[in-house]
Design a protein around this ligand. Structure first.
Ligand code: DGY
Length: 332
């Protein structure tokens, strides 16, 4: 009997076709969002799943689907997956690092620039037909990006790619805070300075969040942190909803505690805190940091390579390229 796999969301058909020589495939061509109960029902008898951040893969689901051997997540982040529960049950988890680094850094930088220079807000003004007199000295003035201080919270691959853009392309001074300090040669590449979190908050003109979500990073930016930032500062979140306390942020933006925020991720997305929706100084986008055609295709292809190899097929059988819990492979 051929193994069977589930693709929870629509993907590129020509890439997904690579599953067919090995597996019976159930897919989701209309890209319906399944309820947890529907996901559980569709996962019955499946040996592998190509999942996304929209689906929660937890211990209860794993226990209901004992045949499942591989959870291959489309995305570098995998906070939707209980990795410890997977490891305890011998289920391999994979993600898609590296292939999205530069594209996501492009987006983070673009969102930061658009936020600082008030691009969305000024476009809305033009579209509303309100541009009825010549520009005046204070129309949509924002903060400069070139030469400003770029603060990065979470200096992994994407954080470093953003730092490089800021330092080498825009003459920014780069400061960062991270669980661990980078090696001296990595810091030297973009003149980055490691600082404590309080200094990062106090000195950044533009603060960009690129850290993974975990219970430890939950509400890493809340009212107390926002109060330490400059009133002229911007905050950009391309990491995960839940890292920022969205209610506190809405209040800070309303009160002018900080100048503006560019947000690609939200607590409870696709729902958005109502306090953010009406604010002109909140630039809101629907979690599209890695959304270039090339990168989304590369993410799909890497996920499928992982799935085929994790279930013991193809040229990399037993050696999926990007495992999250490789100890599962060692124990097989
Ligand atoms: C990621 O890769 O984690 C992106 O946020 C897409 O989910």
């Amino acid at each position: 009997m051929r193994p069977s796999v589930l693709a929870t969301r629509a993907t590129f058909p020509d890439i997904a076709d690579r599953l067919h020589p090995y597996f019976d495939v159930e897919d989701n061509p209309h890209d319906t969002i399944w309820s947890p109960a529907e996901l559980r029902q569709r996962l019955q008898g499946k040996h592998g799943v190509m999942s996304t951040g929209s689906e929660r893969i937890d211990a209860a689901l794993l226990d209901a689907c004992p045949q499942l051997k591989a959870v291959c997540n489309v995305g570098v982040g995998y906070n939707n997956v209980d990795v410890a529960a997977c490891t305890a049950r011998g289920v391999l988890v994979t993600n898609t690092p590296d292939v999205l680094t530069e594209t996501t850094a492009d987006y983070g930088f673009a969102l930061m620039m658009a936020t600082a220079r008030r691009i969305a807000e000024s476009q809305d003004f033009v579209r509303r037909g309100e541009w009825n007199k010549p520009g005046i000295h204070d129309m949509f003035v924002g903060g400069d990006v070139h030469g400003a201080t770029l603060g990065i919270l979470g200096m992994g691959r994407i954080g470093r790619a953003i730092a490089r853009r800021g330092a080498l392309g825009f003459g920014m001074r780069v400061i960062y805070h991270n669980r661990s300090q980078l090696p001296a040669e990595a810091e030297a590449e973009f003149g980055a300075r490691y600082v404590d979190k309080a200094t990062l908050l106090k000195e950044a003109d533009h603060l960009v969040l690129v850290l993974p979500y975990s219970p430890q990073s939950h509400h890493a930016i809340g009212a107390a942190e926002l109060a330490q930032m400059k009133p002229s500062a911007t905050l950009t979140n391309i990491a995960r909803g839940g890292i920022v306390d969205d209610a506190a942020l809405a209040e800070a933006l309303r009160a002018g505690t900080i100048a503006a925020a560019g947000l690609d991720v939200f607590e409870g997305e696709p729902a958005i805190h109502p306090g953010l929706l009406g604010l002109p100084n909140a630039l809101l986008t629907p979690h599209i940091g890695s959304a270039s055609v090339q990168t989304r295709r590369a993410m799909a292809a890497l996920t499928i390579d992982n799935l085929i190899a994790a279930l013991g097929f193809g040229p990399q059988a037993g050696k999926p390229p990007t495992p999250v819990n490789p100890e599962v492979l060692a124990a097989r």
